[in-house]
Ligand binder design. Structure first.
Ligand SMILES: C[S@@+](CC[C@H](N)C(=O)[O-])C[C@H]1O[C@@H](n2cnc3c(N)ncnc32)[C@H](O)[C@@H]1O
Length: 282
């Protein structure tokens, strides 16, 4: 049966059980099936879908009804001022992680023409590394991940975005990095406690456990990064760590015990403690 854009959108209610943004989500999926944009849906509501478009839309709606995240269904996610390819091998970049990019740029802006060396530990899709590399072509960014699948996708994103001042390193945290070489290290490591009930809810059910969960109440990777970065940061270089809303004190203690200075925490747009920065002392 042939259906129009308007009729396809009237099926939006099917997503009511999985999302509060069900109407918007059905528009995103239909626009993707039509290889078009949301504005076009409202400009031509009487346009008929081809058989192929209708099948693609139905398939995407079924996947969403099963709870699969929109970003994995469409294969893309907006971050900072660009779009990334994503797949189930990587975390879907979150808006709150833009605070990390914003803070890194604030610290480094006076040196935007200098040949600084930056690191993104646990790069996933490459979100943080690519945002920083795009900000200044003078900066050289090393994107590290333990997952070869994540690194392959991050490298593809770099190619699609034509970013060349970036290199990729398959390693556990600082293992593959040079000693005392970097002006800033940024990390959004896994920090949800193993066994946390949120891992069984919403988008998290579909994301790679290696990107989400950590032992010791979610602090094990943060602790390892704090320790190992002491060997790779230059004097007065910055370490920026994204963490859980309730981990501010624990992270500050880890940093203080390891000898860092100028420790401060910033809040995300929801007002939650989300990012702690610290300097490796002079
Ligand atoms: C929370 S995700 C962050 C992804 C991306 N930076 C972002 O903000 O969207 C954590 C990332 O750390 C990586 N990871 C986990 N353990 C690691 C380790 N021991 N060494 C390096 N990377 C690791 C995961 O593969 C995952 O890509």
């Amino acid at each position: 049966m042939v259906i129009t854009i308007k009729q396809a959108l009237s099926q939006a209610q099917r997503l009511r059980a999985v999302s509060e943004s069900w109407r918007l989500e059905s528009e995103i999926l239909l626009a993707d099936a039509l290889k078009s944009n949301r504005e076009a849906l409202f400009a031509w509501p009487a346009q008929e879908l081809s058989r192929q478009q209708a099948d693609a839309y139905q398939h995407m709606m079924q996947r969403r009804e099963r709870g699969e995240p929109i970003a994995y269904i469409t294969g893309k996610q907006a971050f900072w001022d660009f779009e990334l390819k994503v797949n189930p091998q990587v975390l879907i970049p979150r808006p709150e992680t833009e605070l990390l990019v914003e803070t890194a740029i604030k610290f480094l802006e006076p040196n935007s023409s200098a040949a600084l060396r930056l690191v993104d530990l646990g790069t996933g899709s490459g979100a943080i590394a690519l945002a920083l590399a795009r900000h200044s072509k003078h900066w050289r960014v090393t994107a590290v991940d333990i997952s070869p699948q994540a690194l392959a996708l991050a490298a593809e994103n770099a190619r699609l975005l034509q970013v060349e001042n970036i290199e990729f390193c398959e390693a556990s945290w600082c293992d593959g990095l040079d000693a005392r070489a970097y002006d800033l290290v940024a990390a959004n490591p896994p920090y949800v406690a193993v066994g946390d009930r949120h891992l069984q809810q919403g988008d998290l059910r579909f994301e790679p456990p290696i990107a989400l969960a950590a032992k010791d109440s979610g602090l094990s990777h943060l602790q390892e990064i704090v320790k190992s970065c002491r060997q790779v940061l230059k004097k007065e270089a910055w370490l920026l760590l994204e963490h859980g809303f309730d981990q501010k004190l624990a992270v500050a203690n880890l940093l203080r015990d390891a000898g860092y200075s100028n420790i401060s925490c910033a809040q995300d747009l929801a007002g939650l403690d989300r990012l702690t920065s610290a300097q490796w002392p002079d």
